[in-house]
Design a protein around this ligand. Structure first.
Ligand code: GRG
Length: 295
């Protein structure tokens, strides 16, 4: 199957999963459930849940549990982090996924609670979706809990906020932020798919490495796009980092070097994928296409 056709079908599966596995908008309290769905169903590239599905499918289909609950769980955590990141006490943004942010469309307290509820729902989904295989459920909860926790996603966000208060972040600090705030969730998505596929430790580690490089490339490209693309195209406020005096990859290294670094990380991700069993063409092509976004 063509890569773009496969991507469309993975995204459609994710959209159906999101609709089926989230509480109905009208269930009480309707304001909270409507806010959860408002942000989750506003679009988004669905990169992380697609990685869960595609990584699981690298491994034999027979007896493989459905990766969809894990894919939805990952998107719930990602969306919660965006809602909270947009709050006035953090990045204070008005636009996300082409729509007013949740605190603008609803109010701050509802946005905070919608984020909390999405984060909590993610772990409930793993426990219920894989409840019949407790060892698998535990491994998935461990992986997502680590990636979303204080040593990775939230830790990266904390260092990002601290770095904003300083004149300049060092390249080392910026890499820490990118690895933890961005790459951790991308890496965990691939690893969770692999765990569901029954991958051995070598394959899990190859996917973890691929995810780290993919995540670093993704964040560098996000910085390039923030500096070179308009708000309407991005669906979120463009040029915000520079305006806020935030140290970005582009500011530290310039556009050309940033494009080169993104290319190198993409190559390293593809090299790690090539060490895996199964057909990695889709994941490699996705990595290449992501790299092309900033050309
Ligand atoms: C609040 C705990 C907490 C964390 C926030 C996600 C995040 C951490 C901050 C958002 C700002 C940012 C630039 C994060 C880096 C990761 C990133 C580029 C997120 C956006 O992901 P996309 O482009 O978004 O995949 P869509 O909307 O397509 O899902």
């Amino acid at each position: 199957m063509e890569v773009s056709t496969l991507l469309t079908s993975y995204v459609a599966r994710v959209e159906r999963g999101l609709d089926q596995l989230l509480p109905a908008a009208e269930s009480r309290p309707a304001r909270l459930h409507t806010a959860m769905r408002y942000s989750l169903q506003a679009g988004g590239k669905r990169l992380r849940p697609v990685l869960v599905l595609a990584a699981a499918e690298l491994f034999p289909a027979e007896g493989r549990p459905d990766p969809l609950p894990a894919a939805v769980a990952v998107e719930c955590v990602h969306t919660y982090s965006l809602i909270h990141d947009d709050l006035p006490c953090m990045d204070n943004d008005d636009l996300r996924r082409g729509r007013p942010t949740v605190h603008k469309a609803f109010d701050e307290a509802t946005a905070l609670l919608a984020g909390d509820a999405l984060l909590t729902h993610a772990f409930a989904l793993l426990a219920t979706g894989y409840g019949a295989q407790p060892a698998l459920a535990t491994a998935l909860v461990r992986e997502l809990g680590a990636a979303a926790g204080s040593r990775q996603l939230i830790g990266g966000q904390m260092e990002d906020l601290l770095a904003e208060k300083k004149a300049d972040a060092t390249p080392e600090e910026l890499e820490f932020i990118h690895l933890h705030k961005t790459a951790a969730m991308i890496s965990a998505s691939l690893v969770m798919g692999a765990i569901i596929g029954g991958a051995d430790q070598t394959a899990v580690e190859a996917l973890r490495t691929a995810g780290r490089h993919l995540g670093l490339a993704f964040q560098i490209i996000d910085d390039i796009l923030d500096a070179t693309t308009d708000t309407a195209t991005l669906g979120k406020t463009a040029g915000k980092d520079a305006k806020a005096g935030k140290t970005t990859f582009v500011q530290l290294h310039g556009l050309d070097a940033s494009r080169r670094f993104a290319g190198e990380h993409t190559q390293k991700a593809v090299a790690a994928l090539a060490r895996l069993p199964g057909d990695t063409a889709f994941l490699s092509s996705l990595a290449h296409d992501m790299g092309q976004r900033a050309r």
